[in-house]
Design a protein around this ligand. Structure first.
Ligand SMILES: *[C@@H]1O[C@H](CO)[C@@H](O)[C@H](O)[C@H]1NC(C)=O
Ligand SMILES: *[C@@H]1O[C@H](CO)[C@@H](O)[C@H](O)[C@H]1NC(C)=O
Ligand SMILES: *[C@@H]1O[C@H](CO)[C@@H](O)[C@H](O)[C@H]1NC(C)=O
Length: 440
């Protein structure tokens, strides 16, 4: 009798253990499924969510699965396929043995880029492209343009006896003929040297600011004259001109990013931040200094600086397919959405990120739209720009401009003429009651 009881006990114990395991398994699966559902519902509103190239517009934040297994997501798009060759080449999974080259990196990257052109040969019918894009394609393999004029100070104008590393380099996209814009900027928000932060309490910090203007060259045949001599004199006077030997056209603007990063990595290694923007924006440099110093005082600042980029962020944008647009990119050239990017009107990034962008840009084919190109480099660094509402790339909304202290609450506003820049700067300085207004 006792033996029988014992055997029964063992059977019951066995069944119970099995049952408990099953219950636990059910619970586990249940939790996994719920978590999965939560994940998909929240990611729909997350503006920085990664968007796989090729995702359709309606499902701007489509989960990877929709496109991940799609074989032909790049179609016959020229740029996508060109870049695919390079991306595969540097993907450590795709080419295990080739990922760590120690020989001359630059010529190696160059040769990989060159090889990728031969692999996509015949894919693009240039005759169907608009003139501007045709010009771009014919020279997009080149980025080795020499400098015609260099700033005289180390890392731009404003290098006086500094006691600490420069806080900010203002790198402003200009053209030879925009002398008035440059002059207005020099006299106002672009003053180099020591710039104090703004606070009525008198406890103001500050930082050293440097300035350069980024220029290509004009087509002198069209111009009927050569402004280079004037520019040379301007450079002697202000020491803030950085000019390269390429045609200063809209589709060549990306060269100003790539070549600025290269120049910065060589001459500005200690500079903490770069502001890169157009010569028709107004910048509240004083507030910018305070804002940047606050960033440096954040607890994790050192780590954050590796990826620091802030501006007016555009996420999930698709290429303009209307051939009357200045930004027109046909389907035969690029397919898919653009990665999140900060508008090129005015953007700030850290010196550390600048050097990383310089390195990664060796692996990214030039793209005709400059700020989009920066976004393409950013996803390859596995990072993204952060949006800030004080960057007004599309100007003030409604009559916000007329509100009290409106200009004291912003960092960048586009777009402003030279005389507007001068007028606004004067107001910024005199309205002391606004000095403490926080950023919007
Ligand atoms: C590695 O590099 C060599 C020569 O540079 C090339 O021929 C080869 O195809 C590459 N291997 C892979 C897996 O990409
Ligand atoms: C860019 O500059 C180069 C060198 O001057 C020129 O050959 C090319 O046509 C320019 N590209 C565009 C799109 O204007
Ligand atoms: C723009 O596209 C339309 C319709 O596809 C075409 O008829 C026209 O020729 C194009 N214009 C230019 C300048 O390419």
């Amino acid at each position: 009798m006792a033996r029988l009881y014992c055997r029964w006990r063992r059977v019951v114990l066995c069944v119970c253990t099995l049952f408990t395991s099953l219950v636990l398994l059910f619970l586990y699966v249940g939790i996994l499924v719920t978590m999965g559902m939560v994940d998909t519902t929240t990611s729909g509103t997350d503006r920085d969510h990664f968007i796989a190239p090729g995702a359709s517009r309606n499902n701007g934040y489509a989960p990877c699965s929709q496109t991940f297994w799609q074989n032909n997501q790049h179609g016959n798009a020229f740029w996508n396929n060109l870049q695919l060759v390079v991306d595969y080449r540097f993907n450590p999974i795709m080419s295990l043995h080739n990922s760590s080259r120690s020989c001359n990196k630059r010529t190696f990257y160059e040769s990989v880029r060159r090889q990728s052109f031969s692999k996509v040969k015949g894919m693009l019918n240039s005759d169907e492209l608009p003139e501007m894009l045709k010009d771009f394609v014919s020279s997009m393999h080149r980025r080795d343009y020499s400098t015609l004029i260099q700033p005289n100070g180390v890392c731009g104008a404003g290098a006086t006896d500094e006691k600490e590393a420069p806080l900010l380099l203002l790198a402003i996209k200009s053209t030879e003929l925009n002398f008035k814009n440059r002059q207005a900027i020099r006299k106002t928000w672009g003053q180099a040297g020591w710039v104090s932060g703004q606070s009525s309490k008198g406890e103001e910090g500050g930082g050293y600011v440097r300035r350069i203007f980024l220029l290509g060259r004009e087509n002198y045949d069209d111009l009927g004259g050569n402004p280079l001599e004037l520019l040379q004199r301007e450079s002697e006077l202000y020491g803030d001109i950085l000019q390269w030997d390429f045609l200063d056209t809209f589709f060549n603007l990306t060269l100003k990013d790539v070549l600025l990063w290269k120049w910065f990595s060589r001459y500005c290694s200690r500079t903490r931040f770069v502001f890169k923007g157009d010569d028709d924006v107004f910048v509240n440099t004083v507030k910018m200094i305070t804002y940047l110093q606050d960033q440096l005082n954040e607890p994790q600042a050192d780590k954050e600086m590796k990826n620091f980029m802030v501006g007016y962020v555009i996420g999930g944008a698709s290429p303009k397919r209307n051939n009357r647009s200045k930004y027109f990119i046909p389907e035969s050239f690029y397919r898919g959405l653009y990665p999140a990017y900060a508008s090129g009107g005015g953007v700030i990034y850290s010196g550390q990120l600048t050097k990383r962008l310089h390195k990664i840009s060796e692996r990214v084919h030039l793209f005709p739209i400059d700020d989009t190109y920066v976004g393409m480099c950013m996803i390859r660094l596995n990072t993204f720009p952060v949006h800030h509402s004080a960057f007004l790339i599309f100007d003030f909304a409604g009559n916000q401009e007329d509100e009290d202290c409106s200009y004291h609450k912003i960092l960048v506003v586009h777009k402003r003429s030279p005389s507007e820049i001068i007028e606004t700067w004067a107001q910024l300085k005199t309205r002391t009651q606004c000095w403490d207004a926080p950023l919007r």
